[in-house]
Design a protein. Structure first.
Ligand code: ADP
Ligand code: GN1
Ligand code: MG
Length: 366
């Protein structure tokens, strides 16, 4: 495979290369931060190798991200904001292409590192987490006028939980290629016993009660950049899964990741629960921006969606464990099983707190 310096040379970056390091804690792509010196001024760029196993059509993916970021730039300008800081700025290759296709079909794309920004894997305070709710709510609101039908579906059925159950989980369980099903009987039972609720949001979308909107689909806390001096939200990143979708999942995925009392791969399940104060802080932030965009049916399902996506992620991690760890990056042999147990414990805790979660949403709406 080409070395990273050769890849960097394909992009239209300014100045001389000073350093390039691998960076970030994402489960899918490989991210590098490259520092350049342009006549004494530091310029930083993010270069990513896109995971071709996950994203089958990079042309469509890059069309989506260019379309959405161009649209956001205009909205941000109209609102008097700074488009260079408040949305991603992709850099084309020296040949004018949206990405570089290297050896072995590997694809790389680049954008400007958001200056003086930082991302967090865990929010130390509910204020910080609430601020990320404002960021994703604003993202939803700013894209309210963008026709979602113009976007390609980069990963079909991405948050179609019942589809994932029937077409990914059950086949993986039946094949059981690594003979691992015996290690997770309780988790399999937990998932199977919740089959009936997996199709609820899809059914509401099919009946038209929930509309398809432009959605981010991967609203983890570490997909928001904060100002490293003031901790204000600057920009939403990781736009690979921007597609037509159900907006509820953008709220829900952020809760799943950021309102848990433990990391997504914490093995000690006694530490895993939903922090209701964090849930409330995020709901307030998100609804303050996106509240007018969402309809009644969407608002009524925010708490349920949080539990559903947590169940979905538990099922996705378990599917990958059963399949021999072929999708998510893992650091050790049982990593996906630990993640699955963690997510299912969190979903169970949310079930016990569902009426409190619903009351919090009702209060935030008043
Ligand atoms: P992944 O799909 O692997 O999660 P991301 O696009 O989220 O990849 O990038 C991984 C990490 O790199 C982010 O969590 C963030 O810390 C950092 N990062 C990505 N893009 C930028 C950017 N434009 N400016 C600053 N940091 C960035
Ligand atoms: C992946 O790339 P990253 O780490 O932001 C995954 C999400 C999961 C998440 C779980 C394209 O996101 O769907 O929710 O891991 N992205 C894709 O941490 O599958
Ligand atoms: Mg990410």
């Amino acid at each position: 495979m080409e070395n990273i310096k050769t890849i960097l040379g394909k992009f239209d970056f300014k100045g001389d290369l000073v350093s390039c390091k691998e960076f970030g804690s994402g489960h899918i792509n490989k991210t590098y931060i490259a520092k350049y010196d342009e006549n004494g001024t530091e310029q930083c760029y993010v270069v990513q190798r896109v995971n071709g196993n996950v994203f089958k059509n990079i042309d469509e993916l890059m069309e989506n991200v260019f379309a959405v970021t161009s649209y956001l730039r205009e909205v941000i300008k109209q609102n008097g904001g700074d488009p260079d800081r408040e949305t991603l700025h992709y850099i084309k290759t020296k040949d004018g292409a949206k990405y570089y296709r290297g050896d072995g079909n590997s694809c790389y794309r680049a954008y400007v590192f958001v200056k003086d920004s930082i991302s967090y894997d865990f929010a130390d305070t509910e204020e910080l987490f609430g601020a990320s709710g404002i960021a994703f709510g604003k993202f939803q609101r700013m894209l309210g006028g963008f026709d979602s039908g113009k976007l390609y579906v980069t990963i079909p059925n991405f948050h179609n939980t019942i589809w994932r159950y029937e077409n990914e989980f059950l086949p993986a369980l039946q094949l059981d290629v690594k003979n691992r099903a015996k290690n997770c009987e309780a988790e399999i039972e937990f998932i199977n016993s919740r089959k009936n609720e997996m199709g609820k949001l899809e059914a509401l979308a099919a009946s038209g009660e929930i509309p398809l909107r432009v959605t981010h689909n991967d609203t983890k806390l570490n997909n928001v950049m904060f100002d490293k001096n003031t901790n204000e939200c600057v920009c939403v990143i990781d736009l690979d899964t921007v597609m037509p979708g159900i907006a509820l999942f953008d709220f829900a995925d952020a809760i799943r990741f950021g309102a848990s009392t433990a990391a997504e791969d914490e093995a000690d399940l006694s530490k895993v629960s939903l922090n209701l104060d964090y849930f409330e802080a995020y709901a307030k932030g998100f609804l303050s921006e996106a509240g007018d965009t969402l309809n009644e049916c969407e608002k009524a399902n925010l708490a349920f969606a949080s539990k559903l996506i947590t169940l979905e992620l538990g099922m996705r991690f378990l599917t990958d464990y059963l399949s021999g760890d072929v999708y998510f990056k893992t650091d050790y042999k049982e990593h996906n099983l630990v993640r699955a147990k963690n997510q299912l414990a969190l979903a169970k805790d949310m079930e016990s707190k569902m009426s409190e979660m619903n009351s919090i949403i009702l209060n935030c709406r008043q």
